[in-house]
Design a binder for this molecule. Structure first.
Ligand code: NI
Length: 358
């Protein structure tokens, strides 16, 4: 009896101790009670940081950039021909956008068919989208019917890309005849400073040339958006020109604010025009603008334009490729024959004649 009692007691003790161990073991095995305080403790120092963070990184509300051109101050129009290019057009647009600068792009209709995106971006940024014909032919050698057909075909490429058909046209090679100058319903315009970027294909040469010109006020600078060397030169030249006090304007802005007239249909703005006109005393406002230089409010949002452009893209995506001027790698390259250089250069480079192109 005594032994039984002892045994029972021992058994009882054993059971309760096991339970005891079991109970004690349970919290050790269960993570939450043990690790939770550690977790909280660990999280606590971080907590103030995370709660501060939203205030610290909250971006300052950015003032919307308002572009105002002072017609009385120096201005220059950068122009880019022969695009759009699938890479370099956007590279140039990046620089313009960063610097709140505008330029004019004389685009080849068939290239617009192939790469409509950069053209839409140009329009959204406020750059001037102009025509450089459909197939980069010498327009002075076309019969009137073929000439108008070429220009109309280019216009369709622009409207299919979601931008307005340009009224401003730069004839390829600067080649014009009487019909091209005055019977297309468009405004034909050349340039006044030729960087010959197509010839050097060298960034430093392009930059040095532009920097060497004493006075660029009122000039229309010719470049091409299809070369990396030009895109690189633009990275240097855009901020440099602005540092020199030049406002970077579109061709139509330059005509209105500097020369005092809006581009007229059936009119030619070439060497004779630029060599006989200078800065006006009476800048004119752009259509829709009350005061010259104050800008026109866009009627549609970029979203609207992008949406419309998207709808048109299905038709626009077929790039024509039968043109003999297309080179082996399928990339459109302008075929340059002769180009009348109007070179109204303030540094006295002979304004004349013909640069022979490869
Ligand atoms: Ni060209």
């Amino acid at each position: 009896m005594n032994r039984f009692f002892s045994f029972s007691f021992a058994l009882l003790l054993l059971i309760s101790c096991t339970a005891c161990v079991g109970r004690a073991a349970a919290p050790v095995g269960e993570d939450p009670p043990v690790t939770e305080p550690q977790g909280v403790a660990a999280a606590q120092p971080a907590e103030p940081e995370t709660s501060d963070e939203p205030e610290a990184v909250e971006p300052e509300p950015e003032e919307p950039y308002v572009r105002v051109i002072d017609p009385a101050k120096p201005m220059v129009a950068l122009t880019f021909d022969d695009g759009p290019h699938e890479t370099w057009s956007d590279a140039i647009l990046d620089v313009l956008e960063e610097n709140h600068a505008l330029a004019t792009f004389f685009e080849v209709g068939r290239n617009v068919r192939a790469y409509p995106e950069p053209v839409r971006r140009m329009a959204e940024l406020g750059c001037e989208v102009a025509s450089h014909s459909n197939a980069h032919k010498d327009l002075s050698k076309l019969k009137k019917k073929a000439l108008l057909k070429d220009l109309d075909t280019a216009d369709a490429a622009f409207t299919d890309a979601g931008v307005e058909a340009p009224t401003l046209v730069r004839p390829p090679y600067g080649a014009v005849n009487k019909t091209v100058k005055s019977a297309t319903g468009r405004s034909m315009i050349t340039w006044t400073v030729d960087t010959e970027d197509w010839k050097s294909r060298d960034t430093q040469t392009i930059v040095d040339y532009v920097k060497s010109i004493d006075n660029l006020d009122g000039e229309i600078v010719l470049m091409h958006s299809i070369y990396e060397s030009t895109a690189e030169a633009v990275k240097i030249l855009v901020p440099w020109l602005q540092e020199q006090g030049y406002q970077l304007v579109t061709v139509t802005e330059l005509l209105a604010y500097y020369y005092g007239e809006l581009p007229q249909p059936d009119s030619f703005y070439g060497y004779t025009y630029f060599s006989t006109h200078g800065r006006t005393d009476t800048p004119v406002p752009l259509p829709g603008e009350d005061v010259p230089g104050e800008g026109v409010h866009a009627e549609e949002t970029p979203e609207d334009a992008a949406g419309e452009a998207e709808a048109a893209l299905s038709e626009g995506s077929e790039a024509a490729s039968e043109d003999p001027a297309e080179n082996e790698d399928g990339e459109w390259k302008p075929v340059r024959v002769t180009e009348t250089s109007v070179g109204l250069s303030p540094v006295g480079v002979p304004s004349a004649p013909m640069a022979l192109y490869p």
